[in-house]
Design a protein around this ligand. Structure first.
Ligand SMILES: Cc1cc2nc3c(=O)[nH]c(=O)nc-3n(C[C@H](O)[C@H](O)[C@H](O)COP(=O)(O)OP(=O)(O)OC[C@H]3O[C@@H](n4cnc5c(N)ncnc54)[C@H](O)[C@@H]3O)c2cc1C
Length: 375
């Protein structure tokens, strides 16, 4: 047991040792940002509420655009070495059972499904290897900005940093404490779990529309299937009952849950504060792109923060970040809106899949847009 003196000493040291950047949240956004910040020579702190490895409500699918960022983090081979499933095609199933099947990119940089417990742990460890100071089981509870940030945690520790990054997900505490968090839209809820992989499931992602919501399925290794259920609050228990029967899981089976699935975006940068990943913009789960946006926005924020800490023109660094951030989403948000409309109105979306003569071509085009990017 540490004595009172050593606890007080540790607290004083945190206050005495200012960090260049403090990152709240060690998910894909926070860990990537931390890894790029430390590589740029910044004194980097990560404060993460959970103890890793931990699971997370997610479809576990890594969009092929993640490879570019993983290569820059020297993590591509280590990601491939994790237990995973290579996803070869996506199958859209409408209400009534009509299927549209679209091939996914093949080769080394294909779409991979990896459990978030493994993937997020790898990213966080990488940030630590590169020199970031990481504190797990540390929940940020209060912030003071007075030409630099004082960060307080539930355990009573204090930290000081020049720049603060909110990478703490869709219900961002940083955004809330800074009075930036928009009112959430609780129009839908997600449930997620891993269950035994049914025989002959094969390497496919299934996105199935049902009258009371939608289901996303993908294998994550050779024995587990990721199941995501998304529905309006009034329909979620019906959908859960459907899944319990469909996959023969026990009625007491544990499901993780998350909400909101939609909320307004927050501008990602101001003065000495950055918001990245889901903390800034929540992406429609149906598209399976959130992890990419989290990692890439972390990288872009790290570039800007490194310029600011080196004493380069702050306004210029912020403008460059703003442009690169907007570029990342350019021409893509319509897919997000379309996916949201489809899952909010599964009957209309199913009608289009079943009867539109061009439905296969449209689905192929959409999948290509999502899974094959140039950057
Ligand atoms: C149902 C569903 C399915 C999805 N499927 C996919 C998919 O297949 N592929 C894909 O790319 N994306 C998918 N997404 C989106 C993806 O999960 C997110 O976009 C991604 O996790 C965002 O990463 P992040 O680092 O911004 O936030 P998160 O992954 O949420 O990480 C935030 C971290 O901050 C920590 N934290 C929170 N508050 C505090 C605090 N106060 N103090 C300290 N730490 C804190 C949390 O513990 C957490 O570890 C899905 C989302 C949903 C809801």
């Amino acid at each position: 047991m540490p004595g009172l003196h050593s606890i007080l000493q540790a607290k004083i040291e945190h206050v005495m040792e200012p960090f260049d950047v403090a990152i709240v949240g060690g998910g894909p956004a926070g860990s990537s940002c931390a890894a790029f910040c430390t590589r740029a020579g910044l004194r980097t702190l990560v404060l993460e509420r959970e103890k890793f490895p931990r699971e997370k409500v997610c479809g576990d699918c890594l969009n092929p655009s993640c490879w570019a960022v993983l290569n820059r983090l020297d993590l591509a081979n280590r990601t491939r070495a994790l237990p995973h499933a290579k996803l070869e095609r996506v199958e859209f199933i409408a209400i009534g059972g009509r299927r549209v099947i679209v091939d996914l990119p093949s080769g080394e940089e294909c779409e991979l499904a990896v459990k978030r417990s493994l993937f997020d742990d790898l990213l966080l460890k990488r940030a630590g290897e590169l020199g970031a100071q990481i504190h797990e089981e540390t929940t940020v509870t209060a912030l003071t900005n007075n030409s630099g940030w004082k960060i307080e945690t539930a355990g009573g520790e204090n930290f000081v940093a020049q720049v603060l990054v909110g990478a703490d997900g869709r219900n961002s505490t940083v955004a809330r404490l800074c009075n930036l968090l928009p009112r959430p839209q609780r129009e839908r809820i997600a449930l997620q779990s891993h269950i035994p992989l049914p025989d002959n499931f094969r390497n496919r992602v299934v996105l199935q529309l049902l009258s009371h919501g939608y289901v996303g399925l993908s294998p994550v290794n050779n024995h587990e299937l990721n199941v995501c259920l998304v529905a309006k609050p009034g329909n979620i228990s019906t959908l859960k009952t459907w899944a319990t029967k469909r996959f023969a899981v026990s009625s007491g089976h544990a499901w993780r849950t998350i909400t909101p699935l939609t909320r307004a975006a927050i501008p990602p940068a101001r003065e000495n504060l950055f918001l990245i990943g889901d903390a800034a913009r929540v992406i429609e789960p149906f598209t399976g792109e959130g992890i990419f946006y989290a990692m890439r926005s972390g990288e872009l924020a790290a570039n800007a923060i490194a310029r600011i800490i080196r004493g380069e023109d702050r306004q210029l660094a912020m403008r460059k970040f703003g442009r690169a951030y907007a570029e990342m989403y350019r021409g893509r948000l319509w897919i997000n809106h379309l996916a949201r409309a489809a899952v909010l109105s599964p009957r209309i979306a199913s009608f289009l899949v079943r009867f539109a003569p061009l439905s296969s071509a449209i689905m192929r085009l959409l999948t290509k847009e999502i899974a094959v990017r140039d950057d």
